[in-house]
Design a binder for this molecule. Sequence first.
Ligand SMILES: Nc1nc2c(c(=O)[nH]1)N[C@H]1C(S)=C(S)[C@@H](COP(=O)(O)OP(=O)(O)OC[C@H]3O[C@@H](n4cnc5c(=O)[nH]c(N)nc54)[C@H](O)[C@@H]3O)O[C@H]1N2
Ligand SMILES: Nc1nc2c(c(=O)[nH]1)N[C@H]1C(S)=C(S)[C@@H](COP(=O)(O)OP(=O)(O)OC[C@H]3O[C@@H](n4cnc5c(=O)[nH]c(N)nc54)[C@H](O)[C@@H]3O)O[C@H]1N2
Ligand SMILES: [Mo]
Length: 715
Amino acid sequence: MAEQIYLTTGRNNCGGCCRLRVHVEDGRVTRLSADPDDPEPGRKPCARGYQYANTFLNKDRLLTPLKRTGPRGSGQFAPIGWGQALDELAAQWVRIRDAYGPASRYVNYAWGENGVLNGTQLAKRLLRLDGGHLDYYNSYSTACGAYATPYVYGTAQSGSNFCTLTDSRLILLWAHNPAETVFDDLMYWLRKAKKAGARIVVIDPRRNATCRALDAQWVPIRPASDGAVLDAMAYVIFQKGLHDRAFLDKFCLGWREWARFLHDEGRTPAWAEDISGVPAAVIEELAVAYATVKPAALLPGYGGQRHENGEQFTRATCALACLTGNVGVSGGWAGGIGWCETHPLPHMPAVPNPVKAEIPSFLWADAISRGPELTAADGLTGADRLESGVKLLLNLAGNQLMNQHGDLNRTAAILRDERLCEYIVCSDLFMTPSAKYADLVLPGVSMFEQDNITKPWVQGDMVGFSQKVMEPLGQCRFEYDWLADLAGRLGLGEAFTQGRTADGWLRAIYADLQQKEPELPPFDQFRTMGTYRYKNPIVRVAFREQVELGVPFPTPSGKIELFSPALGARNDPRIPALPVYVPAKEGRGGSETYPLQLVGWHTLARTHSVHYSNAAFRAEHPQRLWMHPADAAARGIADGDMALVYNGRGALRVPVLVTEEVAPGVTALAQGAWYDPDEQGVDNGANINALTGHEPTALAHGNPQHTILVQVKKE
Ligand SMILES: Nc1nc2c(c(=O)[nH]1)N[C@H]1C(S)=C(S)[C@@H](COP(=O)(O)OP(=O)(O)OC[C@H]3O[C@@H](n4cnc5c(=O)[nH]c(N)nc54)[C@H](O)[C@@H]3O)O[C@H]1N2
Ligand SMILES: Nc1nc2c(c(=O)[nH]1)N[C@H]1C(S)=C(S)[C@@H](COP(=O)(O)OP(=O)(O)OC[C@H]3O[C@@H](n4cnc5c(=O)[nH]c(N)nc54)[C@H](O)[C@@H]3O)O[C@H]1N2
Ligand SMILES: [Mo]
């Protein structure tokens, strides 16, 4: 049979949504290629994109439902049919609902399927039709940033479109690495900005791939110490009278208190050098440049806020932008989390949840182990107490259970206790470390076996489609289809499906989007286009209306709250009223036993844990611990040596890359490798979450998974 070529987009959670051509012969995918007529120059597939077929259609795919036969976590399973699987799931679902109440049921944060139809949202829909479920707020991505930004601006929509960066003359990429993490088409615009003459500086503990790709200046910094450098930059700017006095007077609450604090506390470059390792002269030069080269964008990634003091980092990035009058200006950047809504995004209509209780997404394991003890102090909202811990846990297209969550050894102990969570269901393509902890494993379908509507990650003038090009492998099923069967067993079939198949829902969701965006082509045409780019791009500059037209900021005071009365009233030294540096407990110097900082990052080689199962690709991008030559020499470690990395929570084994591209005293390890502990509990997979903690941050109750201390020794 002749080759057929389909256009499609990826639908993992990498921020790419890349446009790919799928070559199919005899119903089999033979290869993937880039589209020569790509209307999305900023969304070309990266190395991961080209691996989708090798990864998702490989021999390790789960092909039948599996039922646990050994102790939980043992990895012992037996295949069962779908009928039996769904009968058992329905029986557990009803039993747990009736014994412990609807709020004992939880669907975990999981983003393996970043399309409008995904197991997580669909399972919540069914639970809500059946009395509800405990829900979560916040994310593992942006917990501190998204929670703290509104304390400053009244909204998390503090981002401008990336195309505005071509107006910038100076760009400080702060804990940002889009050459690996994508962030829609950000690299495309950074390259243009560079060409247009912008100076680009990368502030990161590692000389990251973006720094290399843009041939930018690297400022090595110790993890979780950014606030100190930002304080000192503000100190210098005030000291030299370079602050935008008119902007501060007109728009900002509490700037004088901030200036006074920095002065009285002596937050000088020398003080910050001691904490961060960034030389005072470098801080001073950066401060002067940022205050005088206009417009300038201090662009934070999410890496700086996935820390114990991530809320303060977030607030400081906003404060510096205000100090220099870079807010509301094209080519400036307001800081904070930087969300930027333009075109409406397609979505499945939501069903209200009869259960009002919500936990921070990072606290699901605690909701299992000590649910009824959780209070508002833990971030529980919508209820004073939970009547029960989580007893039914659904983890669909995610690897959160035993790979992406903090402190995996503790998490394993919680999950192994079958009296705590009584029934765990995973749907995945592979027997992941998480699936091993399920009672029922259901085989899902990949992006090649199911249609879905996809969308930009943070921003974009496009909507995409992930096209079915082949029949599902084995007995694999899309979550919608088995949830519809389950709904039938619960007497909720009609309510759940409203008479629609998955295809019917895609058409309905698209029709709804067409109401808002009449230029969209008919569905059947759109389905084959891979991506549709809107004809008239919307260019948004955050807070332009506030700055140019005097529209009040959506804060309690109507001003930008550099000083936050609401935070002041909490009286918590970890999250004071001013946006200033607060040391992390597990920051540098926090322990004599574990003197090295360890920072994670999101590697080009994976989307979280996705692609780890692709052995050939993994061999091209081996997992390595980055270590500075001075730290390696002090431990007798040479490049390529196997090392044991450990702290009080766990240990892992990984070869060392000795490199000057990481700050002294800091080690770095890409997150997302598959957890693979040996008999002694030492992780041979080198998953950083064998070492991370489970204690949430002060305000957002978020995941501080980049703040870790360790010791390293040669194996
Ligand atoms: N230490 C540390 N931990 C972290 C982070 C960190 O920076 N450091 N980052 C955090 C962040 S930002 C996030 S968003 C989370 C991510 O947490 P998750 O979303 O749980 O992580 P993924 O590895 O993307 O999990 C996706 C899973 O879905 C499966 N999958 C892929 N496609 C399909 C499909 O089509 N159908 C089905 N059924 N399954 C599919 C994959 O095999 C994989 O197991 O991790 C967090 N964890
Ligand atoms: N290839 C790939 N791309 C992805 C993902 C993926 O798994 N793989 N995941 C996607 C998802 S869900 C998310 S949420 C985003 C995550 O996006 P980010 O959170 O921005 O990504 P990270 O790699 O965690 O951090 C970005 C950079 O910050 C640095 N960094 C870490 N701590 C500090 C610090 O204390 N100070 C400073 N100055 N720098 C620091 C890291 O070394 C890294 O180079 O990426 C998305 N894109
Ligand atoms: Mo994320």
